[in-house]
Write a protein that binds this ligand. Structure first.
Ligand SMILES: Cc1ncc(COP(=O)(O)O)c(C=O)c1O
Length: 393
């Protein structure tokens, strides 16, 4: 038995086979694309159906629907180990970033936004959209190992930096940033930190208080097993009332049902980063997805996925694959990124074998969740062996 096979067999007590039974798609597919879209669990499908049942039964039951959004808020708060009053339930990860960006003042000398090159496009775009308001956006490049060393942040962050925007895990190559190290630099220079946890949340154990970030954003479409059209935004308690978003709406008000057109009175909680009517059907699905992750527990899920990705790296190395992400445990998330000479063709050829993966930047992305096992790794190995002409050596 190889070292990684032994590690896999010795994974913490978590019954992946039983877990797999909740995801019907796994009957026909080797699915390694959870960073694009997590699989639909039976419980999430039932949650969608119960939204329709509730509508048919009641017509318009606003009280219940607001309760579903509140359940998402408390579920996310518990998962991230923060207070529910620090969580906004949004329509997307972008919505939260826009709300906080709208609340920051870039007219003074502290107008710099430091954005890592590992950000999802939406993050770069939203910060560049603040340029007419005075923001100066500075990008932090990766090195040739596919990682951004702390020295690069040290160089970019200074006394003029208002906010540092970093993704915990890069959606392109799967590198995991040293959040604590970056936060320490930002704190020294008096800058705020916004952490995008979309490619980590649900697959990684996250304690936002321990990471000491000011803001965090993400959504429920991927490793949280929910759906598109819903997200969350975290704001550290002490900061909430200092920030007044100008991108806002009635669900952001102190008293939603005051219905006054004569004032803007933001909620004293992170709800001030919300806007209009909550995405009600998506709240049903998101609540169900979050509950699955909470039931299994991210302290169980993270080491399981880490062992699986380590095993995948070892097996893929044996057939000559080269990787676009750092391979050490501390510097990668749930994604293994393989270099290809034609990533589009490779994804298509694997799809023809019922292996679902995706591609970015000329590389193949295999994105693992707790429902993946060594059998998926072997399917990928066989698929890549059969298409070795498309591997970059
Ligand atoms: C890391 C990361 N951030 C942000 C987004 C965008 O999220 P949304 O479409 O909810 O704004 C994505 C979507 O894939 C992502 O992977």
């Amino acid at each position: 038995m190889s070292a990684s096979n032994a590690a896999l067999a010795a994974s913490p007590a978590f019954d992946a086979q039983a877990f797999r039974a909740r995801f019907p798609t796994l009957k026909t597919k080797a699915y390694m694309n959870s960073g694009s879209y997590g699989l639909l669990a039976d419980e999430v499908r039932t949650a969608f159906e119960s939204y329709l049942d509730d509508r048919l039964r009641c017509g318009s039951e606003w009280g219940w629907w607001v309760e579903r959004a509140e359940a998402v808020r408390t579920g996310m708060a518990s998962l991230l180990r923060v207070d529910p009053n620090e969580i906004a339930v949004t329509a997307s990860a972008s919505a939260g970033v826009n709300a906080v960006a709208s609340a920051l003042d870039f007219s003074g000398p502290r107008n710099k936004v430091v954005v890592s090159n590992f950000e999802f496009p939406t993050s770069g775009q939203i910060w560049h959209a603040q340029e007419p308001r005075g923001a100066e956006v500075v990008h932090v490049p990766e090195d040739d190992t596919g990682y951004i060393p702390l020295e690069h942040f040290e160089k970019a962050i200074d006394e003029r930096t208002k906010v540092v925007a970093i993704a915990q895990v890069c959606y392109r190559n799967g590198a995991k940033q040293d959040v604590k190290g970056i936060v320490e630099i930002a704190r020294r220079k008096g800058a705020l930190v916004l952490l995008d946890i979309y490619q980590a949340v649900g697959a990684t154990d996250i304690d936002l208080k321990a990471l000491d970030v000011d803001f965090a954003t993400g959504g429920m479409l991927k490793y949280l097993l929910g759906t598109a059209g819903i997200g969350f935004f975290y704001c550290r308690k002490g900061l909430i009332e200092q920030l007044r978003p100008t991108v806002t709406g009635w669900f952001a008000q102190s008293n939603i049902f005051k219905m006054s057109i004569f004032e803007n009175d933001p909620s004293p909680t992170a709800r001030r980063f919300e806007m209009g009517t909550p995405p009600v059907p998506n709240c049903y699905a998101a609540e169900a997805g979050i509950n699955i992750i909470r039931e299994v527990g991210t302290p169980q899920i993270e080491p399981y996925i880490r062992n699986l990705t380590r095993h995948a790296i070892e097996r893929l190395s044996e057939i000559g694959c080269r990787f676009a992400m750092p391979t050490d445990d501390a510097r990668r998330g749930p994604q293994v990124t393989v270099k290809s000479t034609d990533d589009h063709a490779l994804v298509e050829r694997l799809a023809a074998r019922d292996i679902v993966v995706s591609n970015r930047d000329g590389n193949l992305r295999a994105m693992f969740h707790a429902y993946n096992t060594g059998a998926d790794v072997e399917a990928l190995v066989e698929g890549l062996k059969a298409n070795a002409d498309l591997l970059r050596r």
